[in-house]
Design a protein around this ligand. Structure first.
Ligand code: CMX
Ligand code: CO
Length: 140
């Protein structure tokens, strides 16, 4: 199963403040901004590099409410790395393969992610404490 790092998700209280910090510190450019109601986030994707199979990004995430995955994470742990997202060519196939190894899937079916992608999450407790996202980029 071909995998690459698609993005690192960072939980923050103030999206605009962290966009300024990351763009000025690392010279990164915002390539997409979205509100994803289903995931309970307002987010920005900052482009890091291009590679075989797609780009890699920093995803900055501000919760839409305290009662959301990122809202609960901020209350419990504060700002910082929230998840790692692996890019895969076929998210349903990756879910079946990884789920078949006993890792709990947090999504029964792929959901809508950033920039037209299809995404699904794996339980952090089954991946060494790392909340893991699988991402299939949209077909061009
Ligand atoms: N990384 C690692 N561990 C995490 C975690 C994270 N981001 N979030 C929660 N956990 C741990 C908690 O510390 C807790 O462990 P303990 O029982 O040892 O304290 C355990 O997982 C259960 O967490 P919880 O506090 O009960 O929190 P939730 O009810 O929010 O459930 C999770 C956690 C992972 C199931 C939930 O956040 C989820 O479904 N996430 C997937 C969706 C998501 O994160 N969307 C936002 C990003 C969208 C995007 O990238 O596009
Ligand atoms: Co993500």
């Amino acid at each position: 199963m071909f995998m690459r790092i698609d993005h690192i998700g960072i939980a923050c209280h103030d999206l605009e403040e962290k966009i300024s910090l990351f763009s000025s510190t690392f010279d990164l450019t915002v390539v997409a901004r979205e509100v994803n109601e289903e995931q309970g986030v307002k987010e920005a994707m900052l482009h890091v590099a291009d590679g075989e199979g797609g780009g890699s990004y920093i995803q900055l995430l501000e919760p839409l409410s305290p009662d959301s995955p990122v809202g609960r994470f901020l209350a419990k742990r504060g700002e910082g790395v929230h998840h790692v997202a692996f890019g895969v060519p076929d998210v349903e196939r990756a879910m079946a393969e990884i789920g078949g190894k006993g890792v709990r899937l947090l999504d029964e079916r792929p959901r809508h992610g950033s920039m037209g992608s299809q995404i699904a999450f794996l339980h952090p407790k089954d991946v060494g404490g790392m909340l893991t996202e699988l991402v299939q980029a949209p077909t061009p």
